[in-house]
Design a binder for this molecule. Sequence first.
Ligand SMILES: Nc1nc2c(ncn2[C@@H]2O[C@H](COP(=O)(O)OP(=O)(O)OP(=O)(O)O)[C@@H](O)[C@H]2O)c(=O)[nH]1
Ligand SMILES: [Zn+2]
Length: 372
Amino acid sequence: MDDDDIPQLVPATFQSVPVTIITGYLGAGKTTLLNYILHEQSEKKIAVILNEFGEGSALEKSISVGNEGALYEEWLELRNGCLCCSVKDNGVKAIENLMTKRGKFDYILLETTGLADPGPIATIFWLDKELGSDIFLDGIITVVDANHCLEQIDDKANTFDDGEPCNAAIRQVCLADLILLNKTDLASKEIVQKTKDVIHALNGVVDLIETQHSKVSLDRILDLRAYSGSGSERIERLLASSQESQKLSHLDKDVCSVTLPLAAPLTRGALDLFLQRLLWERRLLDDKGDTASVIRLKGVVNLEGAPHLLQAVYQTWDLEAVPDAARGGEGLDRDRLIFIGRNLEEKSLRRLLEECVDAEAQPPPSYSSLSR
Ligand SMILES: Nc1nc2c(ncn2[C@@H]2O[C@H](COP(=O)(O)OP(=O)(O)OP(=O)(O)O)[C@@H](O)[C@H]2O)c(=O)[nH]1
Ligand SMILES: [Zn+2]
């Protein structure tokens, strides 16, 4: 394709481009969803990246084909006129190259391979400083096969060698901002209901839409702004959905969602210490002595008088001030942290938080108090 064929509109200032990560187990319907989006909408010019990021040899292969020269040769024009870029790369490099084409597309869809953990790639797009002003992570959509989800979640194989026992299917559900429960035409009512229960027990704050052939209204899947503190609707939904999450965490799984309501404002120091001990040092143990691990964390926290949106994916966290207006005028009693992960209990989380609040409140031990 010749560059001259594309009408060139050169905006005075570039808008940053949203990236939606589409993940889901092998054969769940990710490519079907991509094709559906590309053919359904005509306003956005969408670039598509097929992410071959994976374990072992797959990773090497993807790097070797992800060099700069190969990238643009793979641009193609689809029937409806949107742009599609098939890039077999493991992430940032592809996006950086892609961004030199900025102005020619205004949305990026990234399909991961079926066995991928979307966490690391999401973290790159979410927080990479180089990319930060050019693109932002809009959200993670997980496509789930209604008939096979339960067995995939129970599958002991397909775990990663990063010390976490959770397999790819569980991680994909836990990290999702939106789940498409797909292939419901092939599944019984009972299995659909059971699958929804298990999904909500794992991820108590996720939105779920039942689909066939991945068909879903585009305004429900694009422009979610799942990682942004500026959308008031988003914060309201987070606060509302988290109230339900506790009720749903009843299934006998060691991965679940836990909501921790916050009764008092926190200091930045106490929150930092808590996150450090929980996410980095892995100090939290559950009743049985097993180490707690967090896959995803969302929260609304009052920090020194100002509301903040807290987000974490594995060990990476970020805080963003929320405009007061975005909180619907509600008070501090709605502040809460919502954890998704393994071996998590409200009681032990609260205890750790209280320890960190106390540790921060106390002056460091002086020589005289130590020798007393
Ligand atoms: N019956 C039925 N078939 C579906 C549905 N959604 C997708 N399929 C079919 O399922 C197969 C797999 O769909 P894909 O979209 O390729 O799945 P994928 O997640 O991209 O698969 P991988 O890239 O291999 O991980 C295709 O033959 C689709 O046509 C559905 O809702 N119902
Ligand atoms: Zn696919």
